[in-house]
Ligand binder design. Structure first.
Ligand SMILES: [Zn+2]
Length: 119
């Protein structure tokens, strides 16, 4: 089980199943954040925080919202803005214990240009 937490601890998450890989995306947002995303169905990720603990950033085609801790600034996860149609979300595994993700494969994703994995 992979757990994550923002730096100050206000936002935590739990992955209820082991991800097959982590995604390193080169799009204009992800490359700035430096995130390693674990994608999963909404029901397989549990995020715990107060309702007002995060700030959200919506960009591009406005299909998802990227959430960061309001206190420490760590980007913890993103959610789809249309969950009935898109049941996926992702958590930033840079928030996890490095030992817990060390064995996971990291796949580079070309979100900037071709919207496909580069391996
Ligand atoms: Zn925080």
């Amino acid at each position: 089980m992979i757990h994550g937490s923002c730096h100050c601890g206000a936002v935590t998450f739990e992955l209820l199943e082991q991800p097959k890989w982590l995604t390193d995306c080169n799009c204009s947002v992800c490359r700035r954040i430096g995130a390693l995303w674990a994608h999963a169905d909404v029901g397989k990720i549990k995020v715990s925080c107060a309702d007002d603990a995060t700030i959200g950033y919506i960009t591009g085609d406005k299909t998802l919202i990227i959430r960061s801790c309001k206190t420490c600034g760590s980007t913890t996860h993103w959610e789809n803005l249309d969950p009935p149609r898109h049941k996926h979300m992702a958590v930033n595994c840079r928030m996890a214990d490095p030992e817990d993700i060390a064995s996971l494969r990291i796949r580079r994703f070309d979100g900037a240009e071709n919207w496909e994995y580069l391996d």
